[in-house]
Ligand binder design. Structure first.
Ligand SMILES: Nc1nc2c(ncn2[C@@H]2O[C@H](COP(=O)(O)OP(=O)(O)OP(=O)(O)O)[C@@H](O)[C@H]2O)c(=O)[nH]1
Ligand SMILES: [Mg+2]
Length: 363
């Protein structure tokens, strides 16, 4: 069975190419993100045409759609006609309505339905639940969790550094406080906290107060050199959490300031914090703008103030960055959770009775 490689800028784009070339029944073997692909192509899918000879039902990866039943293929038209017909069938499905209702874009919802429907047998088409479960499985397959902040490894000289950046007021400082508490109380790690001050804003004061109440060492700095010095002073810590002030990236001097602190070559992993209750268009723009620095992980806050979670999945797929945490409330640290594919699928499709196996375990 020949496997083909497809590249696209995101999931929608790539799956559309897969189906355009191999038909709606194409079997997906693997999906990956690629860095620095040509023409902004950052998503890669390995797929093959469906065939009777696919071994063992051809469920290549847990959660990936299995090979479709022969009954589904019977009498189906060629790829082009099938595509148009498939689109209207997908849109008619109650599961499609649920996905769109949950905030997923129409195109993504359609792609997920078409992809998942390919694996249904004729008898499974009688009710919505098998399709719902398959889509849930596909969501868990595609969603990549990033795991919690990592601690220093034995061979490392200094602490692991995690930088929390993002737009104003999304909950960066509170998330840093929650993670600090989680690291010290549950994981027994030595934590150092750094607050980046911006002149005249008192930006670091809230974290200073959290640090005092948790009895954690805290340093306020305002420059990249200051961050380096502070990290050096925390040389015995396992993990250093850096809390950036909210950044409005509309103006170039703010972009330069962010890049000086967190751009290419700067230490640590950058966690972009976004609030789940942000308007989807604004969130998309924020994601694009913050891509001016390397993004290693995403954090979504304020799930308790949101009702449509599809936008999280959309931004995650588009940016091609793993999701580390969700937060859903103001309690420190109870309202912090490590993101998981199963949780993402439940948020988007709460009606499903089962979800596929989790893929994309913490790195
Ligand atoms: N409901 C809810 N509120 C949250 C959550 N996380 C943070 N907040 C609240 O959001 C507000 C802003 O939180 P901060 O942590 O100060 O946000 P920030 O991103 O650090 O803000 P700036 O530093 O000013 O850019 C506060 O009132 C927090 O209590 C959450 O998960 N749910
Ligand atoms: Mg803050």
């Amino acid at each position: 069975m020949k496997r083909h490689l497809f590249r696209g800028k995101d999931l929608r784009d790539t799956l559309a190419k897969v189906r355009g070339s191999l038909g709606a029944e194409a079997v997906i073997f693997a999906t990956r993100r690629v860095r620095g692909g040509e023409d902004g192509e950052r998503f890669e899918v390995e797929a093959s045409e469906w065939s009777e000879s696919l071994p063992g039902g051809a469920a290549p990866l847990a959660g990936a759609p299995a090979a479709p039943a022969a009954a589904v293929r019977a009498g189906r038209p060629g790829p082009a006609a099938g595509r148009a017909e498939g689109h209207s069938q997908a849109a008619a499905s109650p599961v499609y309505a649920e996905l769109v209702e949950s905030g997923l874009g129409e195109a993504t919802a359609r792609e997920l339905i078409l992809q998942a429907a390919g694996s249904l047998s004729l008898s499974e088409k009688d009710s919505a639940e098998p399709l719902r479960e398959r889509v849930g499985g596909l969501l868990t397959f595609l969603f990549e969790a990033g795991g919690p902040v990592r601690a220093r490894r034995p061979e490392e000289e200094g602490p692991a550094v995690a930088n929390f950046i993002g737009p104003t007021g999304v909950g960066k400082t509170m998330t840093v406080a929650k993670i600090a508490a989680e690291c010290t109380q549950r994981r027994r790690l030595r934590v150092g906290l750094i607050g980046i001050d911006s002149p005249g804003t008192g930006a670091a004061e809230r974290l200073r107060a959290f640090a005092a109440s948790m009895r954690l060492p805290f340093l306020a700095v305002s420059t990249a050199a200051g961050v380096d010095e502070a990290v050096a002073r925390f040389s015995r810590a396992d993990v250093v959490l850096v809390d950036a002030p909210g950044t409005v990236l509309g103006n170039p001097s703010n972009v330069a300031a962010l890049q000086a602190l967190f751009g290419e070559g700067r230490p640590g992993q950058n966690y972009l914090v976004l609030a789940a209750n942000t308007h989807p268009d604004d969130m998309a723009r924020m994601g694009e703008r913050f891509s001016c620095v390397p993004l290693h992980r995403l954090v979504f806050t304020k799930l308790d103030e949101s009702s449509r979670f599809g936008v999280i999945f959309e931004r995650h797929m588009e940016l091609g960055v793993r999701v580390a945490y969700f937060t859903a409330g103001q309690r420190v640290p109870q309202d912090l959770e490590v993101a998981s594919p199963a949780r993402m699928a439940r948020l988007i499709l709460p009606a499903a009775r089962r979800y596929g196996a989790a893929v994309g375990a913490p790195a």
